[in-house]
Design a protein around this ligand. Sequence first.
Ligand code: 28F
Length: 688
Amino acid sequence: MPKKPDPKKKSTIAKSKPDTKGGYGAKDIQVLEGLKPVRKRPGMYIGSTGITGLHHLIWEIFDNSIDEAMAGHATTISMVIAKDGTVMVEDDGRGIPVDTHPVTKKPALETIMTTLHAGGKFGSGGYKVSGGLHGVGASVVNALSSWMRVEVGRDGKLYSQEYKKGEPITPVKKEGTSSWKGTRVFWRADEEIFDKVSVELYDWKTITDHLRQQAYLTKGIRMKVSNEFSDKKEEFYFEGGIKSYVEHLNEKNTVLHAPPFYVDKENGNNIRVEISLQYNNDFSELLFAFANNIYNLEGGSHVVGFRTALTRTINNYAKKHNLVKENGETLTGDDVREGLTAVISVKLPDPQFEGQTKAKLGNAEVRTVVDSVFSNYFSSYLEEHPTDARRIINKSLLAAKARLAARAARETVLRKGVLEGMTLPGKLSDCSEKDPSVSELYIVEGDSAGGSAKQGRDRRFQAILPLRGKILNVERARLDKMLLSEEIKSLIIAIGAGIGDQFDAAKTRYERIIIMTDADVDGAHIRTLLMTFFYRYMKGLIDRGFLYIARPPLYLIKKGKTEHYAYTDEEKDKILEEIKKATLESKSKDKKVEVKEVAEGEEVVEEVSVEGGVKKIAEIQRYKGLGEMNPSQLWATTMDPQTRTMFKVTVEDAAKADEMFKILMGDEVAPRKHFIQTHAKYAENLDI
Ligand code: 28F
């Protein structure tokens, strides 16, 4: 029977059962005088004790300065990262109070720095910004620091106190008079807690990105940072706040109106709503939402309130000014958000966050506050700027027209019989074989590659259908609009099994349909688009394992007469290693082998003797596109069933392609690249 806990001893173990996730929520740990639990379970308070945790220490202290600034008492916040890895953050606010705390009989400063969850500024009407972990407070940073020093300039005097691992090592000292006002905190993260602590671990981009975003969100506050090791310095200051943020986001776009719309209003019960928006002539929506300066990736009540108000306000304006037919279709949320860039920043005393990553604002009352503030101010803005309003409404009307046209087109194309009886498309170079089980269709991107494929193929069982890549540029075309393109229609007819709910895989004219596109991002883009197309309109092909992705070589390595092909960077390096080894073994040892870039995508392998003599022993060409291979190379490397390798597309791959499709609509290249390189499975060397 486990020992009964001694009721008098303050237990440091949480009272309640661990929650389903097996962790203890901060609320379960009793609020304790000491900081012991923080050092016992640091991950509970700052997420991790890796590099991210190190940065969380900065955010915690920095956010306290932002709170002081948001309360209107600080205008400049500075940060210095010293060579020895000590960090300093200071603000020019009121300075943490030093008078005796009524409960602890200690100076408020000492209480705040040594008591868990003390110092939170709830209730005093201020807003508590928190670095995503909901403001565990400066005392946590203190507990996890091998040394900390706090200086306070207040009432014309300078006070200070120092700590080790959260324990005071000096009393709060009056250091003398000082005209400086504010709070200054120095700390060194504790190497007993963090895997490693050194100045290089503080990531400049991470810190400056955070400060830039905080400066946008706290207009008129100057934020400075310098790193004494790297000698880097940055300062952020945006009078315009989130209006400047929206202008920054739209820097590379053509905007429909300027300056951006902006409203900043605080309602009766301490809820402050700041919204800025500006339309551009692109198609995607860019919306960032924050609550108390915390980024809400999953949106929440402020985003719902904004979106509802935006759709209603634009529809009301359009109707009032006869821009839409009275009983015509209303503009949908998607229509009014096409080309929209918006930043929403709400500040409230007690934000509730939900969702997987606590990145969704829950407070229900915020929805109505945002809806009413935004709709009042935005409808006045439209009335006062009729030209801008007209452009914005026309943009939404155009989006609605495209949506309706695409829907009609899809219905037409999907309607029975539209595609039947059509003659095979001219662009198709068919194969002589008629038995689908041994016939292959290569869908090739671009006419030049299409030409090589036609010449290089085995025309008995290999058909070629070239597709013009630009038609499929997914940035502009939505999938249903794509159905209108001749390219896609010819693809549907060539396969001959219909699409959508008329699709019948048994009717396919080829049991291997191979997508062959360039290895670059655009090629990957088109490949994903085609995977999405097959997934949505001919899923049966994928279920049966009829859809493949061709795998052209990335490199050609020529050594004398011999040609090696490498399909991955690893394969290339392996071939180079063999060449180097062979070279070094063959002659005397006193030489070295070097690889040199001689042009974009061209490298040479050279043998350099001690006298400096240079001899080229091999060339490496990186293929940028299929068109760089001649027909016989394309055959030998990518189409010959005896030697080629292909990826068989699984339903999961295609489904992910479908999900990621929206990412491909965006401008971020990174997620697109990442998706392509990780999604197609590498099939064994097919013995076809
Ligand atoms: C470099 C880090 O921590 N700045 C801070 C203040 C100012 C006050 C304050 C902080 C306990 C519960 C009130 C001063 N005068 N920078 C910082 N500046 N904390 S932290 O008060 C904490 C008290 O709420 C402050 C009058 N009111 C508040």
